[in-house]
Design a protein around this ligand. Structure first.
Ligand code: UTP
Length: 271
C-alpha cells in the first residue's frame, strides 16, 4: 500500500517572478483556494496518510500557513465566525498529516527527493509536483491502483506537442499493458526535438521505489547543472527496474507559469 507522499516545494519559481521574489507560488489562490490544498485533497482522497513537504527557508511561509494556531484561536475567541472555525479545522486536518524537511540550496528535484530518505518507511511512495494540477479525475488514486496491480513504479504520462519536448521528461514506449498503461524503456530529461524518443511526457505524479535514494546519493548533476529525478529513474530502468507510464484521464493544468496559472484559475472556476 502507498501511504506516504512527498511534495518538493523548494524550487525558486523563476517563471512566476516577480511574484515569487517574496511569495510562495503554491499558496497562490486558484478559484479562492491555495494550489497546494488541491494537491493535499488529491492525496487524502487517494488514501495517503502522511505527506512530506520539502521546503527551504525562503518558503517558510508555507509552513506558517499550517502553523498559525495562536492567530486562529484569538480570532475565533473574539468573533466565533463559523466560516473561520471551518477553515481552521481544515488547516488542522492538513497540519496533522504534514512533515517538513529542508533543502537549503535548490540543486534540483533529485536532490530535493533525497532529503526525504530518512522518513520513507515503505518500499514505494508517491511524489506530486505541485505546479501540475490534475482535475476531474484523481490521478494519484488511479496510479496507486496500477501500482497495486503490477507491483511496479508508475509515472503519469501525457502526449505533448513535439515542439515543446525540451520542457519535459520524455520517454520511450515499451510494451503495452492495457488501454492506458505502457512499460517505459528509457526516459530523458528535457531532450532537444532531435533527440526526443517520442512526444510522451512525464507529468508531476510519480510512484517511486525506495531504491531511488541509493541512485540519488551517487548522482552527478545533469542538464542545467541540476540533479534531476529523471536521471535517477533512468538509472533504475537501466538496471531493469519496471516503470509504467499511466496515461491518466483527468485534465492537466500547468500552474508554474503565469499564462498557465491564469488559465487554471479560469478552468477551475468553471467546474
Ligand atoms: P521546477 O524545475 O519546475 O522549478 O521544479 P521551480 O523552481 O518550481 O520553477 P521555475 O522553473 O524556476 O519557474 C519542479 C518542482 O520541484 C521543486 C519545485 O519547487 C517544484 O515544485 N524543486 C525544484 C525543489 O523542491 N528543489 C529544487 O532544487 C528544484
Amino acid at each position: 500500500m502507498i501511504k506516504q507522499a512527498i511534495i518538493p516545494l523548494a524550487g525558486l519559481g523563476t517563471r512566476l517572478l516577480p511574484l515569487t521574489s517574496v511569495f510562495a507560488k503554491e499558496l497562490l489562490p486558484i478559484n479562492g483556494k491555495p494550489g497546494i490544498e488541491y494537491i493535499l485533497e488529491e492525496c487524502i482522497d487517494a488514501g495517503i496518510k502522511e505527506v512530506i513537504f520539502i521546503i527551504s527557508k525562503k518558503k517558510i511561509m508555507i509552513k506558517n500557513y499550517f502553523y498559525n494556531d495562536k492567530f486562529y484561536k484569538s480570532i475565533i475567541n473574539k468573533k466565533k465566525d463559523p466560516r473561520v472555525i471551518k477553515e481552521y479545522k481544515k488547516i488542522l486536518k492538513f497540519k496533522k498529516m504534514i512533515k517538513f524537511v529542508y533543502q537549503d540550496k535548490p540543486l534540483g528535484t533529485g536532490d530535493a527527493v533525497l532529503k526525504t530518505r530518512k522518513f520513507i518507511k515503505d518500499k514505494f511512495f508517491l511524489m506530486l509536483l505541485p505546479d501540475d494540477l490534475i482535475i476531474k479525475k484523481n490521478c494519484s488514486k488511479s496510479m496507486i491502483k496500477i501500482h497495486n496491480q503490477y507491483n511496479s513504479s508508475v509515472m503519469a504520462s501525457m502526449n505533448v506537442n513535439k515542439r515543446t519536448v525540451s520542457r519535459w521528461g520524455i520517454y520511450k514506449l515499451g510494451n503495452r499493458l492495457n488501454k492506458k498503461d505502457y512499460l517505459i524503456k528509457d526516459v530523458i530529461e528535457k531532450p532537444s526535438i532531435k533527440n526526443a524518443p517520442s512526444n510522451k511526457a512525464v507529468i508531476g505524479r510519480y510512484i517511486l521505489p525506495r531504491d531511488i535514494f541509493q541512485k540519488l546519493s551517487k548522482q552527478k548533476p545533469g542538464k542545467g547543472g541540476e540533479i534531476h529525478i529523471t536521471d535517477a529513474i533512468q538509472s533504475l530502468i537501466s538496471d531493469n527496474k519496471k516503470f509504467i507510464a499511466h496515461n491518466f484521464s483527468g485534465r492537466y493544468l500547468d500552474c508554474g507559469s503565469m499564462r498557465g496559472y491564469i488559465k487554471s484559475t479560469v478552468e477551475i472556476s468553471k467546474l
